[in-house]
Design a protein around this ligand. Structure first.
Ligand SMILES: Cc1cc2nc3c(=O)[nH]c(=O)nc-3n(C[C@H](O)[C@H](O)[C@H](O)COP(=O)(O)O)c2cc1C
Length: 246
C-alpha cells in the first residue's frame, strides 16, 4: 500500500512538474507519466517532424513541395505534424518581455500548442514563399513568438531542448520566389537560420527555387518535386537512424 501511494504521489508530482511550464496540455495522462517513470529510457514521443507551412495558399507551389517533403519523411518511418502558420490564431510578439522570467509566452493563443510541438519535434521542415525579400509576415511573427526559446537558451541558460535532443534535431528549409534575382533568398535564409539556432534545430538542408513567375506550376519541374521528396526522406532517415541507435 505504501508503495502504491508513493507511486501515485510521484505521478502527481511528475504531472505537475511537466505541466507547470504550460506547454503540455493534453499530452500526458497520469498513466503515461507513470509508465514513463518506470522506464525513463523509453521516449515519450519520437521520430516526429514538424512541418511549418508559411504560404497562405493551400494547393499552391509551396504546398506541393511541402507535400512531397512530408511524403519523404513518412516513407522514412517518421510521423509528421503540419502547422499552416498563416491560419493559426496567433498574433505578433507584444514585447512585454515576460518570457525573460516565465518559460512561456504571456499571450494565450495557438502559440502555446506550437511551443509544445516545436519542443517535441525531432526535425523541422519550413516551407515558404519569399515575400518582399523576406518570409511572409505570419511566419515571421511565428518565429518572433519563439522568443521564450531564446530567453531560455541565451538569457536564463536553461534551454528547453536537452543536449541529447539537440544532436538529433535538424531543419530542412524549402523556399520559392517569383523573381529571377538569386538574392531573394538572402533574407529568408538569414531569418530561418536565426530561428533554427533559437529553437535548437540546426539548419541543415535547403531547397531554394527562384523564377517561379516563369515556372508558374512546380509540376512542370518534376525534378524539384523529387528533390523535395528526397530531402524529406533524408531528414526522416537521419532521425530514424539516430533514434534507433539510442
Ligand atoms: C505579397 C507577395 C510578395 C512577394 N514578394 C516576392 C519577392 O520579394 N521576391 C520574389 O521573388 N517573389 C515574391 N513573391 C512571389 C512569390 O514568392 C511566388 O509567387 C511564390 O511562388 C508563391 O508561392 P505559393 O503560390 O506557394 O504561395 C511575392 C508574392 C506575394 C503574394
Amino acid at each position: 500500500m505504501f508503495f502504491v501511494c508513493s507511486v501515485m504521489f510521484f505521478c502527481e508530482i511528475s504531472v505537475y512538474s511537466v505541466c507547470s511550464v504550460g506547454d503540455c496540455e493534453g499530452d500526458f495522462s497520469v498513466s503515461q507519466i507513470f509508465l514513463y517513470s518506470l522506464n525513463p529510457i523509453q521516449p515519450v514521443m519520437t521520430k516526429k517532424v514538424l512541418a511549418l507551412f508559411g504560404s497562405n495558399l493551400i494547393g499552391g507551389n509551396t504546398d506541393k513541395l511541402l507535400t512531397q517533403a512530408i511524403k519523404g519523411v513518412e516513407d522514412a518511418g517518421c510521423t509528421v505534424e503540419r502547422i499552416n502558420v498563416a491560419h493559426l490564431n496567433a498574433g505578433p510578439c507584444n514585447q512585454t518581455y515576460s518570457c525573460m522570467i516565465e518559460p512561456t509566452c504571456a499571450i494565450e493563443d495557438d502559440m502555446k500548442d506550437a511551443y509544445r510541438k516545436i519542443k517535441q519535434a525531432d526535425g523541422i521542415i519550413i516551407a515558404t514563399p519569399v515575400m518582399t525579400y523576406g518570409v511572409p509576415g505570419a511566419l515571421k511573427s511565428f518565429m518572433d513568438r519563439c522568443q521564450p526559446f531564446y530567453m531560455a537558451k541565451y538569457y536564463r541558460k536553461q534551454p528547453f531542448i536537452t543536449p541529447e535532443h539537440v544532436k538529433i534535431r535538424r531543419t530542412l528549409f524549402i523556399c520559392i520566389g517569383g523573381m529571377k534575382d538569386p538574392d531573394i533568398f538572402t533574407g529568408p535564409v538569414l531569418t530561418t537560420k536565426a530561428f533554427c539556432a533559437i529553437v535548437d534545430a540546426k539548419y541543415s538542408d535547403e531547397l531554394l527555387q527562384n523564377d517561379m513567375d516563369t515556372i508558374l506550376n512546380v509540376e512542370k519541374k518534376p525534378e524539384l518535386l523529387a528533390a523535395a521528396y528526397e530531402k524529406g526522406k533524408a531528414l526522416g532517415e537521419r532521425i530514424v537512424k539516430m533514434r534507433d541507435g539510442e
